[in-house]
Structure formats: structure tokens, C-alpha cells
Design a protein around this ligand. Structure first.
Ligand code: XYH
Ligand code: MG
Length: 382
């Protein structure tokens, strides 16, 4: 069996999320946007698929960097295929991004699952058939009854826990360009209001402004420790490993990371070696796919550390179900104005349906577990 084609189809669909100038998502008026369906096909007709951003799989990238490494190759050798493409990143002039590598790796794992007749989470080892999710809020905003005040956060967290069944909650604080952001004191006020609303036993986490100073970060970390928060992530530029080592040694709060720092599983090993974090952070779209995510997670396990997956979707869920050393699946981003459980037009089902007890289950269908509406995609091509 050999890989015979690699194609990307761009299609339109509606969205109710807008991005602010810093890239953070917020609720917005329904608008049209585009996504891409990457498909890797074998000579026996097997297909691996993933939804991604059009720019990540534009034709020039596929032709120059992806097809030369995949066409004619055995689809089962995901480790070899990942490495070949990864090594071409170095001299790609920055064109071959980790996100492009991720899209290819996820489509290859979907393909492997289809060929083997198994869900990817089981092929990876299947540590658990279901996992508790935490509700991960959108960043703060200035929308009336949205996430504009500490009381808004408290009310939404109470709904998440008491009505929707989440067993943990993570706040994204207010970030620029929101008025009054960044503000450690505002972040703390939201966290204190949420702790008051949900009680002392619900695990809470904070993902604040990502460019605080050491002193602002330490003040916030110490206040969150008083509220018995489970972790704080990415409060400072992650290129400064020594700042995270200093923070960890200066406070009692668990520090999670790195999330967005380049370097795949290698940089996560350096963070652990430097004693710069208490919990490792990894997301398939941050490190180049499932293949490197498993390496990061297994490294963390060797140090008895948790590896908490960043972001939602079938790829992150597959890894979270596959490994022992993780506690929650990040489900979101959530907002009072958005029905997260409603499938997008190109989905028959969302990737991460959650039951009333707060669990997201691994699916038994072969592949990543995406349930795509291919007819919709074919009839809405750009
Ligand atoms: O919008 O800055 C942000 C969030 O931090 C986003 O990057 C992401 O959802 C995240 O960090 N989740 O943990
Ligand atoms: Mg984060």
C-alpha cells in the first residue's frame, strides 16, 4: 500500500467568532469564513483527513514540501514520514510551519486508523476510554453579560459546573486590546469571584495575559495559591526559561508550560531539565502533531509529571485518551453567548461531545474520530 495523493480543498462556512487585534477569539456577528480539508489518499482508496487553516496547506507548500516526502511512501510509517518533513523545516525559510506539519501528521494518523480499523486513541495505547473535561473560557471582553466583569465570570462558571456538568474550570483573563488589560488585579478579582461561586473543591486554573513582568506574575501566582488554584499557565514570555524557574522557586502555585514556545518536544524536555515547570503543556497544533506530542507526554511521565494537552479537537483528544499522565481535556473556548455543543456546518458531530457527568469519550470508529459532513464541504468549495 502506498500514498498516492495529497490534496487540500478550501470551503466556506459560517462562524460566530471574531479575532481581536492580538488574535484572541470573542463572540461576534455570524460571518462567512473558510477552512481547508486536507486529504491523504492511498492506492487502495483509503483516506486520511483533517480540517485545518487554508494557509497551512496551500498548494505551494504541498507541492514543495509535502508531496515529495509522502507520494509513493508506506502510510503506516508515521514516525519516518514525520521526521522527513520536520527535517525540511530547517531550510524552508520559515515557510514550513509546525501547523503544516501538524495537519499532515494528523491526516496520516487518521489514515493509519482507517487502514487498521481502529480509533487513533487506541492505536496510541488507549490509557482510558473517557476523560474529564475542563471548561476553558474565552478571554475576557467588554460585552454586557458576557465576560466583562468578575461577576460575569462567576455566573458563567456556576453555569458550567452546576448546569453543564464540568468538573473543572479554566479562566482566560482579560488581555490586550481589551480596555483595562493587562491587569493582575483584574485577573485576580475574576478568579476570586469564580472561587466564591463554585466553592472550594472545584479545580480552577488561570491562563492570563502572556507578557507579564516577573513581579506582576509573582503577585498573581501568590494570590492564586491563596485561592487554591490548580495551575497558572503562560503568564510570561516562554523564551525565558530562567524566569519560569525563578517563578516556580518563588511561589507555591503549580506552573504549567510551555504552551506556545517553539521547539516541539525538545523544548519541553529543556523546561523539565531546568525545573522550570511543575506540569508540562503540549498541544498537537503547537508541536507538529500527534507524533511529537506523544514524545513530550512520555518524557513528562518519566519525571512523574502530568502533560496537560492544549486545545480541543480530535488530535488533542486522541493524545489525552492515550496517556496516563494527564488530568483533563481542555474543552472550549467557551462563552455565555456561544453554543459550543452545536456542530459546525461541516460536522455531523463535534469532535468532543461531553456527557452530563463532564466526560468526553473516545469514539470507536476508525481514525481520529472526526465526523465530517463531506457533502457540505463538496458543495461549498471556494
Ligand atoms: O487567546 O491567548 C489566548 C488563549 O490563551 C489561547 O491561546 C488558547 O486558547 C490557550 O492558551 N489555551 O490554553
Ligand atoms: Mg493556554
Amino acid at each position: 500500500m502506498k500514498i498516492s495523493s495529497v490534496t487540500a480543498k478550501v470551503f466556506t462556512h459560517s462562524s460566530n467568532t471574531v479575532r481581536d487585534s492580538d488574535g484572541h477569539g470573542h463572540p461576534g456577528p455570524e460571518s462567512q469564513t473558510t477552512s481547508a480539508l486536507l486529504t491523504i489518499t492511498c492506492d487502495d482508496g483509503s483516506e486520511g483527513r483533517v480540517i485545518c487553516r487554508p494557509a497551512e496547506v496551500r498548494e505551494a507548500l504541498l507541492e514543495r514540501f509535502i508531496r515529495p516526502n509522502l507520494i509513493g511512501r508506506d502510510p503506516m510509517v508515521t514516525e519516518a514520514l514525520w521526521y522527513r518533513i520536520y527535517e525540511w523545516q530547517r531550510l524552508s525559510g520559515g515557510q514550513l510551519s509546525d501547523r503544516t506539519l501538524t495537519a499532515v501528521d494528523l491526516a496520516l494518523w487518521d489514515l493509519k486508523g482507517k487502514i487498521c480499523g481502529q480509533p487513533v486513541w487506541k492505536l496510541l495505547g488507549g490509557a482510558r476510554p473517557k476523560i474529564l473535561a475542563y471548561g476553558s473560557t474565552m478571554c475576557g471582553d467588554d460585552l454586557a453579560n458576557g465576560l466583562a466583569t468578575p461577576e460575569d465570570y462567576a455566573r458563567f462558571a456556576e453555569w458550567m459546573v452546576k448546569e453543564r456538568g464540568y468538573k473543572a474550570v479554566k479562566l482566560h483573563g482579560w488581555m490586550p486590546p481589551m480596555p483595562g488589560a493587562p491587569s493582575p488585579k483584574k485577573d485576580y478579582a475574576a478568579c476570586a469571584a469564580v472561587r466564591e461561586a463554585v466553592g472550594p473543591d472545584v479545580p480552577l486554573m488561570l491562563d492570563p495575559h502572556h507578557f507579564y513582568s516577573r513581579t506582576d506574575t509573582l503577585w498573581l501566582a501568590r494570590k492564586l495559591a491563596e485561592l487554591d488554584f490548580r495551575w497558572m499557565e503562560e503568564p510570561m514570555e516562554e523564551a525565558s526559561i530562567s524566569s519560569y524557574k525563578w517563578l516556580r522557586e518563588s511561589c507555591d502555585l503549580n506552573i504549567l508550560g510551555p504552551e506556545t514556545m517553539t521547539g516541539k518536544h525538545w523544548i519541553r524536555a529543556e523546561y523539565v531539565k531546568a525545573d522550570a515547570v511543575d506540569l508540562v503543556r503540549c498541544g498537537v497544533w503547537d508541536v507538529g502533531g500527534i507524533t511529537p506530542s506523544m514524545k513530550a507526554a512520555n518524557m513528562a511521565e518519566s519525571f512523574h509529571m502530568s502533560c496537560e494537552m492544549h486545545g480541543t479537537g480530535a488530535g488533542n483528544l486522541s493524545v489525552a485518551l492515550a496517556i496516563h499522565n494527564t488530568s483533563f481535556y481542555e474543552r472550549g473556548l467557551l462563552h455565555p453567548f456561544i453554543d459550543y455543543d452545536k456542530p459546525k456546518e461541516y460536522q455531523n458531530r463535534i469532535d468532543d461531545e461531553m456527557d452530563g457527568d463532564g466526560y468526553v469519550h473516545g469514539r470507536e470508529e476508525p481514525g481520529l474520530g472526526q465526523d465530517l459532513n463531506l457533502d457540505y464541504i463538496e458543495t461549498h468549495l471556494v
